[in-house]
Design a protein around this ligand. Sequence first.
Ligand code: GCU
Length: 682
Amino acid sequence: AENGYELWLRYQPIEDASLLDSYRQKHIALFVPVSSDTLKAAKKELQLGLRGLLNYSSQEIASWNELKEGTLIAGTPRSLPGLKDTDVYRKLDRLTEEGYLIASSHIEKKAVTIIAARTDIGVLYGVFRYLQLMQTHQSLAHLDIADSPKLKYRMLNHWDNLNGTVERGYAGYSLWNWERLPRYKDPRYTDYARANASIGINGIVLNNVNAEAKSLRTDWLVKASGLADVFRPYGIKIYLTAKFSAPKEIGGLDTANPKDERVRQWWKDKVKEIYGLIPDFGGFLVKANSEGQPGPQDYGCSHAEGANLLGEALEPYGGIVFWRAFVYQNERHVDRVVTGYNEFKPLDGQFGKNVFVQPKNGPIDFQPREPFHPLFGSMPDTPLAMEFQITQENLGHAGHLVYLGTLFEETLQSDTYANGKGTTVSKVLQNYQHTHGMSALAGVPNVGTDLNWTGHLFGQANWYAFGRLSWNPDMHATDIAAEWVKMTFSTKQEVLEPILRIMSMSREAYVNYTMPLGLNHIMNYDTHNGPEPWHNDPVWTAFDYHKVTKDSIGVDRTMQGSGATRQYHSPVFDKFDDLNTCPESYLLWFHRLPWDYKLKSGKTLWNGLVDHYYKGVEEVRQMQRLWDTLKGKIDNERFRHVATLLKYQEQEAIWWRDGCLLFFQQYSGRPIPSQYEQPAHS
Ligand code: GCU
């Protein structure tokens, strides 16, 4: 049965006879000497893929003398010394450490294919790419591919608690079975590593940013070392979150003050212990002085002083600190949107060489649509990592089909103008001024113990898209989607085309039926699923985000208001600040407007808002109709799984639409135009 466990690594038999034949011709023999666990993993994957795709076992050869027409060769100059005499050898200079080449070549007049890299991990990445070529039915003739990752640290940040639950996880429980680690290594860990390596992920933070100090205790470190052992051959380093108060909680000290010599020594000793157990440990991810977490500000120290405390301890071992910039004050009179920038921008240049500052993609909190975080382009002397959320905390959990590739692309391609036109967020991540030499992208994954990993099958596409973008943040979301659909479902047009249409419209549909025109944070206060624009309690309410009254709606963040627009470089500042140029998709994010404000369509704001909500529901219905065309064209299991969830999504979309419109209508006092079915008062 098709349960989705294999993800995009399904390696289904090639049906087209002539294609199959042409592929088989390229694998008459395999020449892949293995001298490391990584090369073993690469060879194993290659054999698995070839068996599945071609139902054919290639002959294995062990030396250059045995080369024959149609040999596939894979390795590095170390594992394959003869590589030095081939025409691909000099091309290796074009690659970074983790890059690879895939080239058609001739050796002694015999046509061969070579997968080559400078390092073993490059070979593994090359193998995955090579298999992908066949999975997506591309020609293997005249290959000349050279590819290296554009970002160095390609991270998943698990929000897994040590008790097995996952914060904001909707696909079951944590994959890590702490009780049985390190002795029992669930085979699933290996499959997880394979999937991640196939998209270039090279770092996994094992535990929640809302950290437990316990994770740094010796017994837990020993457990973590078991996962590190599984992941190592796949080029994946493990990281842990560090709770700032750990010296107090597990270290027996009476303070965690970064200026206290005992605290500094404690972190140094702790890090030394970690590297004793996990020699390639990646480093720490830290949430400090945010949402109640302890941090350096508890001792009158800055975020930079806190981050550098850990950075200095890790530095001798090559470890890295990811210091999150997700901070906001729990004070209603302070605009939440401006606080991250205000706290971090003044610290530019004060962070140690091995410290990243890690803002979220937008300045609020993983909303369905946010403008890019203004720290991007504003801290040229600090390596900035960006945190995306792959788990759909505010995008329908694992119940809604929402392809996030388009959201990711929208942020990455936003132009910050920090260094003139074309300084996109992607370029900022790629170290646009070459000031520090570090680059990273982080994603909070959507995986768990569910059989298909992500709950909704289409959640797999979001994991896939994130990985591809962490390798190359300038890829297009539609190209990534096409790869994924071909590998996950089929290369046939009649399957590919409707699924791509569904995916490309899905995120905008979600925005339409939940938070159109720049609305945000009006979801259920606790679960973050479903509407609750009426949430109102004395501390922090949905009203702070939409500020609805009978006259107006939206938040004035222009220079007349909270001034959030000022945090962007011109001309982005001018564009957002000026009502006439502000994109309507961010309208109520930056502007507070009367109900009869005229939109570009000529309609009033109220009628435009109604249109968006109704359109969103209609788009879900359109997605259902497109999906229905696949009946009989894909396997029934996956067809029904998605069809059933789309039905659920339609109901939820109606809930959102009616909930929000009935609520806002109490203020606007205007009717739902009669062309629409009227909301159900239930
Ligand atoms: C959101 C989320 C929390 C999480 C926080 C964070 O607010 O709801 O569960 O801890 O982000 O990113 O730190």
